[in-house]
Write a protein that binds this ligand. Structure first.
Ligand SMILES: Nc1ncnc2c1ncn2[C@@H]1O[C@H](COP(=O)(O)OP(=O)(O)OP(=O)(O)O)[C@@H](O)[C@H]1O
Length: 253
């Protein structure tokens, strides 16, 4: 079943040439769809457009069949909680003045009247925060710490916990392990896969790292100069019919 449909989507910044133009793709429920491509090809901009942090020029974004690209902020609210994101730098995503437990509770407080949680349950703040920390395999005592008192890997687990805390349908993962060492990267990728399966999440996984993409994703899209030049199921990564640019990426992986 299709969760997200992007149709002929285009984006340019003022006076600039298009960052991407006429992009179309579907993302299925429960899948991890990877988006790879060179630096500056427009991957993060696309993620910000899907989050409606950035406006698009034309084209459509359908979530569960509903066009969301033109909704007002008020109309968008029910959809906002369905799409969450994890970015590259967890330090920038966490408020340095808030204890971990206060950062973790924030999305719940924002949306609590509309939430129907199936996996987590809210009986008290402490109990809810404990469930979230356990879900990302962090010790519960970290709840009372501040972001600077955690390691990079722990901080990224906190941002993941916060993203999944309100049980979104789609999580945009924009280079989620780029700031971590190799051991932490693998552990976080493994965790993300388990969470996707356990919570029935769908991911758009933006990455430079074809090895990580191969481990995480069922399908991959390749972006170059603002176009999706190749799309394939993961088992066809090495197939002959791959686009020359995909082959170039494969050759350095
Ligand atoms: N706010 C902005 N104003 C003007 N141009 C921008 C803005 N944000 C991004 N761009 C430009 O849009 C293009 C795409 O950038 P984007 O960050 O989406 O690429 P990317 O594929 O995510 O790159 P990377 O892999 O390095 O993160 C770049 O040329 C960039 O300079």
């Amino acid at each position: 079943m299709t969760l997200l449909t992007v149709k002929d989507l285009s984006k340019s910044y003022k006076r600039g040439r298009p960052v991407f133009s006429n992009i179309s793709f579907d993302l299925h429920k429960g899948e991890c769809l990877a988006l790879v491509g060179e630096s500056g090809s427009g991957k993060s901009t696309l993620a910000r457009c899907l989050l409606r942090i950035e406006a698009t020029d034309h084209g459509s974004i359908f979530l569960n069949g509903k066009a969301i690209e033109k909704l007002s902020e008020r109309q968008l609210k029910p959809y906002r909680k369905k799409i969450q994101a994890v970015f590259q730098n967890p330090m920038a995503s966490l408020n340095p003045k808030l204890k971990i437990k206060d950062s973790l509770i924030d999305p719940y407080m924002q949306y609590k009247s509309e939430l129907r949680l199936a996996h987590f349950s809210y009986t008290s703040k402490d109990a809810y925060v404990k469930q979230l920390l356990e879900a990302v395999e962090l010790p519960v005592f970290l709840a009372d710490r501040y972001p600077h008192e955690l390691s990079g890997g722990q901080r990224q687990r906190v941002t993941i916990a916060r993203a999944i805390s309100i049980e979104p349908e789609l999580v945009l993962l924009d280079e989620p392990t780029a700031s971590l060492d190799v051991i932490s990267q693998n552990a976080v990728l493994q965790l993300l896969t388990e969470l996707r399966q356990n919570l029935n999440l769908s991911y758009l996984f933006i990455s430079h790292d074809l090895a990580a993409v191969n481990q995480m994703s069922q399908r991959t899209m390749v972006m170059k100069d603002g176009q999706i030049v190749d799309q394939f199921e993961q088992q066809h990564l090495f197939a002959d019919e791959r686009h020359p640019y995909t082959k170039e990426l494969v050759s350095i992986f």
